[in-house]
Design a protein around this ligand. Sequence first.
Ligand SMILES: [Zn+2]
Length: 275
Amino acid sequence: MAYETYTGVVAREVDTGEADRYLTLLTVERGKLDCFAKGIRKQNSKLASQSGLMTYGEYQLFQKADRYILTSARALESFHDIRADVVKCAYAAHILEITRDVVAEAQAFPEALQALLNSLHVLCYRDLAPEFVTRVFEIRILSLAGFAPVLDRCTICGTPVQARDSLGAGFSVHGEGLVCGGPCRGQASGRVAPISRGAVRAMRYVAECGAGEIFGFSVSKAVSGELANIVPEYLQYQLGKEYKKPGEAERYKAFERDMIKVMENGRAYGRRGGQ
Ligand SMILES: [Zn+2]
């Protein structure tokens, strides 16, 4: 029997019983922990306001055998502005899902948690495209988890690739990174995507920079497009899982904007028609 306090992020909620919920916490101290939050869905629950999905906080857990029970919670950052935006929410959910998959049960992985928090913070408070934030996060988490792509040489023949940039080097999304032009390109299994020197530089920066610096750079629209063409597929291949595209929410929002416009135009037309 013991009480312990953990610092971390609520990464999943699963309702159970009449008013209870299981929470998956990603903690600094012990990696992924599932805990039981009794009565959290009752109207006057003190826990509810402090431990919503995505909230970073301090969580006191009571351990009984191999089970954790949430006894108190104190939110340090709830990322309110992400919750209020359907597109940001979709990207944040995607980022959370990947972190959940990469962080193991009861095994500290503070670097992964820091990448998660940096990304949620930027998504919430900085004016960067959610898709770009997500690509940066994906490259970083892959590197931390040991899946950093090879970006300085051809993964097939070993020749340094930077210098050969213009000779048709590409990125093997089902391989481990760069392939030089010529015969190596043909030997790569799966799709080989075109990649520019700028995209290579951006990926290397994110993979190798200091922990708090992953967003300390910017890229052109073209490079951002290249990353979108490469990174999600590389990530799915490396982690062996198909992730839902958070971009769906973006399309939904665009559709919603169009509908509002149509309705407003309709009203304006109606007013004119009535005069
Ligand atoms: Zn080669």
